[in-house]
Design a protein around this ligand. Structure first.
Ligand code: FPP
Length: 257
């Protein structure tokens, strides 16, 4: 990556890359990792990292929307994150309330529509209320979709899809031979994002290089970009650098181009 550290309080970066406006990834998905380490470096409790991470979400949503990204999918809480200490889980469950209370007017101003995918009915009532209100308040926005993965897990999603297809086979609505990748696509939580269901670019922050049960089916041909920056330090410049790296790749989807 071609960026330089600045001397600001946060480890922010400047970008010197010029982007090709005609090759902006339509669907960008981000694994927002490193909130805890960001806080630890400053001798702060982990939840301070999540709060700063929420501020980064605000900033990056606007940046992505301005760049012309059509779908921004953010991994906010996985089906495995319930294993964390209950105080941290509780803080994370309250974040959507804070976030949408303060940010919905900006989302509307930037024509951004909120979508949430995951097992929403298992979330506390106040979290469900916050996300449902945000979805309703932004439903008329026609610009970028800010798609939160909340209580989401790739394997659970595939299991649910298989169960739905099996039920259809059981009811003789479809035969096993008729099942194609399109059938599976249509049963996944990303189906409503068509024609951009699959991310073009998947970014993971914090230096970890794994997928952690995120969009397992959908990333078959996504370009993966890993950056060392911790999520609270992720900036407009980092986003531009990641997109620049994406633009240097030669996407072949298994063919020869
Ligand atoms: C991973 O970092 C981050 C999470 C599990 C939570 C991500 C949530 C946010 C960024 C805020 C989301 C905002 C809204 C509006 C819902 P980590 O805690 O695993 O970091 P570590 O690996 O350094 O411990």
């Amino acid at each position: 990556m071609f960026s330089k550290n600045t001397q600001k309080g946060k480890d922010e970066k400047l970008s010197f890359n010029t982007l090709d406006d005609h090759n902006i990834p339509s669907h960008v998905a981000i694994i927002m990792d490193g909130n805890g380490r960001w806080a630890q470096k400053r001798h702060l409790p982990r939840i301070a990292g999540h709060r700063e991470g929420m501020n980064t979400v605000k900033k990056i949503t606007i940046s992505a929307s301005k760049l012309g990204v059509k779908i921004l999918t953010l991994y906010a809480f996985s089906t495995e994150n319930w294993k964390r200490p209950s105080a941290e889980v509780s803080f994370l469950m309250h974040l959507p309330t804070d976030f949408f209370d303060t940010f919905v007017p900006d989302l509307i101003k930037h024509n951004v529509r909120v979508n949430v995918m995951g097992y929403i009915d298992q979330l506390p009532d106040y979290t469900q209320k916050a996300v449902k209100n945000a979805i309703a308040d932004t439903e008329k926005c026609t610009g970028m979709v800010l798609n939160f993965a909340l209580n989401y897990g790739g394997r659970a999603e595939i299991v649910t899809a298989v169960q739905k297809i099996a039920a259809q086979v059981d009811q003789n609505k479809i035969s096993p031979e008729e099942i194609t990748d399109k059938t599976i696509d249509s049963m996944l939580m990303t189906a409503e994002l068509k024609p951009y269901s699959d991310p073009d670019l998947l970014i993971r922050t914090s230096g970890e290089e794994r997928i952690s049960n995120f969009l397992l089916w959908q990333i078959a041909y996504s370009e993966l970009v890993f950056t060392d920056q911790l999520w609270p330090d992720f900036s407009d410049a980092t986003l531009r650098d990641c997109i620049y790296e994406y633009q240097q790749r030669n996407r072949r989807f298994g063919g020869l181009k």
